[in-house]
Design a protein around this ligand. Structure first.
Ligand code: BDR
Ligand code: CA
Length: 329
């Protein structure tokens, strides 16, 4: 295996868009373009027990059931989840259509333990892709100060800089859910990579895209699941007006993989990103200083533009590749 392929820990709270990201990543692993070290689940879109089960089921579906799955660190006061968007199980109420989880929640290691263990064992080698509330990453940093600097890179889906939020007028879901954790992660290093709603709002996955993937292996388990998940996600996206009436849904979390594997699809700028952790109206808001005279040193690269056409071409081709090798019932 070549030495320079990205080794990844995916921190996730499945979620329909998380599932697309996890399947895309599994395709890249199977193509020999990446190594999946672990999937660390978090609470967020739904409760930790459910995100754990979903990650396990989706790893089996994609053929990587041997990958370790971590259970999410609890947060003191859990805010409202996003089951109205993703379904009560976080996977479009389709969990019963997939085989039972092969990982055991009760005996699994906590996600922060896995992060500490893996980042300590191979400093500078692992890329952490964080597509959930940042609870696990912050817990790891609190237990082992400086551990996040051991990551090769940390890529986050979160925040809204020049556009409205999606959970309050000012806040994006992942960072709003656990703003204290987000603050810890934002202070952990100065080269974070952040794909915010400013770009992910442009990533509308349509029914036609889903059909194109399904046609690559019409009878597979994966085709059936993706087709049903698309329909569910489209229905809630239309209900909550997330796509300006376009029949599709936003694959926010997949943007992180677009950056890592197809960097030519995005543009970036430096910024100092700060969290509003309190605020009666602004809790969970991400603030940046856009003035020419801004003096604070930047802590992040934030995505400023995405070529959605190229992004989706890559996503669709990789999901077709996964689907072609996948089994039929
Ligand atoms: C983020 O919030 C979650 O609902 C999605 O899975 C994504 O990670 C988008 O704001
Ligand atoms: Ca997510």
């Amino acid at each position: 295996m070549p030495h320079n392929i990205p080794k990844i820990i995916l921190d996730t709270d499945p979620g329909g868009d998380d599932i697309f990201a996890l399947l895309w990543l599994q395709s890249l692993v199977k193509q020999g373009l990446s190594e999946l070290v672990a999937v660390t689940t978090a609470g967020g879109n739904v409760a930790p027990e459910k995100t754990f089960s979903s990650a396990s089921r989706v790893l089996s579906l994609g053929g990587l059931a041997a990958v370790e799955v971590g259970r999410g660190v609890a947060i003191a006061k859990t805010p409202d989840d996003a089951s109205h968007i993703h379904g009560s199980d976080g996977m479009g109420n389709l969990s019963a259509q997939l085989p039972a989880p092969v990982h055991c929640y009760e005996t699994a290691r906590y996600s922060d333990e896995i992060l500490i263990d893996r980042l300590t064992a191979t400093p500078g080698e692992i890329t952490v892709i964080a597509i959930a509330p940042l609870t696990n990453l912050a817990a790891a940093e609190k237990k082992s100060p400086g551990i996040l600097r051991n990551a090769k890179e940390i890529i986050i889906m979160g925040g809204a800089f020049h556009c409205p939020g999606n959970v309050t007028p000012h806040a994006e879901f992942n960072l709003w859910f656990d703003p204290a954790a987000a603050e810890i992660v934002l202070n952990s290093r100065d080269d974070l990579v952040i794909t915010s709603l400013d770009v992910t709002r442009r990533l509308v996955f349509t029914r036609e895209m889903g059909k194109a993937i399904a046609r690559s292996n019409p009878t597979s388990e994966l085709s059936k699941f993706l087709t049903n998940l698309c329909e569910f996600m489209i229905s809630t996206a239309l209900k909550y007006r997330e796509t300006d009436g376009i029949e599709g849904f936003l694959v926010h979390d997949a943007a992180t993989l677009g950056y890592l594997f197809y960097p030519e699809t995005m543009r970036w700028r430096r910024a100092k990103v700060q969290m509003e952790t309190r605020g009666e109206w602004t809790k969970g808001m991400t603030a940046i200083d856009d003035r020419n005279c801004a003096k604070q040193p930047a802590n992040a690269w934030i995505a400023s533009d995405v070529d959605a056409t190229r992004f989706f071409t890559n996503l669709i081709e990789d999901l077709k590749a996964l689907n072609k090798g996948s089994e039929s019932p």
